[in-house]
Every structure is written in structure tokens, then in C-alpha cells.
Design a binder for this molecule. Structure first.
Ligand code: DHK
Length: 149
């Protein structure tokens, strides 16, 4: 069975508690459960992880080169700062989907630029945590397309 990595960056461990007016009241465990259930229906496995450390996210992306059919990533604030995460994603060959819970374009201007978008095959922003489930569904399509290509 193929595995999709769903990676989360800094402060997302506080999902449900921090700024719920922006990020909602569901926790990261709720998000994981939703993605896992859908992935099961769609016939793939997920590895769901969160770290506040940039190097850890980079190491997981490197692992994905051998172990994952695709990556869904919410890099948190590293979205706007990390050339290193972009470089790691550029070394991954499968589909990459970028997720933001909030509509970053409606927020401060420093959130309008994403290094990760230079690599992402698709971006979801402003759909709340539902964005993760939508990305999981889209990933199934991209993996299928990859198999037939
Ligand atoms: C999450 C964060 O932690 C912010 O730093 C980003 C993103 C937006 C989100 O909407 O999921 O700017």
C-alpha cells in the first residue's frame, strides 16, 4: 500500500487552542483522524507528523524520497521563510500539495509569499482544516495519474 506523508510545521501542535478565530477549534489529532479515514477509503496509508523544528521537516521530506508516493504539507510560518524546505521538496519527485488553514492572502502581507508554492502542484488556503481532507482526496487523483503516466 502506498503512503502519503502529511507534514505540519511550527505551532500546529497547538491547533484548536491557539487563535481559534483564525485556525478553528479542531485539533491536529482530529485532522489526522479525518485524513486517515479518507485515505483508508481511497486505498492508501498516511504518515501524519508535526514538528516545530525546520531540520526535522527537512529530514521527513528526505525520508519521503524513498517512502512516500506524495507529500501534503502545511509548513506553518516556514512557508514564508524557508528556502531549505523548498530545496528539500525540489528533491522529492512525487506530487506535493500545500495546505493553509487560513486564507493567507487575506492576512498580513508577509504571509502572501510562499517559497513552497514554487514547488507545490496545488495550494489550498482558507478552507479551514477541511483543506487537509480536500488535499487528501486530490492526492489520490494525482497518485493515480502518476501510475498511468
Ligand atoms: C499556519 C501558520 O502557522 C502561519 O504561520 C501561516 C498557516 C498560515 C495556516 O493558515 O495554516 O502563515
Amino acid at each position: 500500500m502506498q503512503t502519503v506523508f502529511i507534514l505540519n510545521g511550527p505551532n500546529l501542535n497547538l491547533l484548536g487552542k491557539r487563535q481559534p478565530e483564525i485556525y478553528g477549534r479542531e485539533t491536529l489529532a482530529d485532522v489526522e483522524a479525518g485524513c486517515r479515514a479518507l485515505a483508508g477509503e481511497l486505498g492508501f496509508d498516511i504518515r501524519f507528523a508535526q514538528s516545530n523544528a525546520e531540520h526535522q521537516i527537512i529530514d521527513w521530506i528526505h525520508e519521503a524520497r524513498e517512502a512516500a508516493a506524495g507529500i501534503i504539507i502545511n509548513p506553518g510560518a516556514f512557508t514564508h521563510t524557508s528556502v531549505a524546505i523548498l530545496d528539500a521538496l525540489n528533491a522529492f519527485e512525487g506530487p506535493v500539495l500545500e495546505v493553509h488553514i487560513s486564507n493567507v492572502h487575506k492576512r498580513e502581507s508577509f504571509r502572501h509569499h510562499s517559497y513552497v508554492s514554487l514547488r507545490a502542484d496545488g495550494v489550498i488556503a482558507g478552507f479551514g482544516v477541511e483543506g487537509y481532507v480536500l488535499a487528501t482526496r486530490r492526492m489520490a487523483t494525482l497518485i493515480l495519474e502518476g501510475r498511468s503516466a
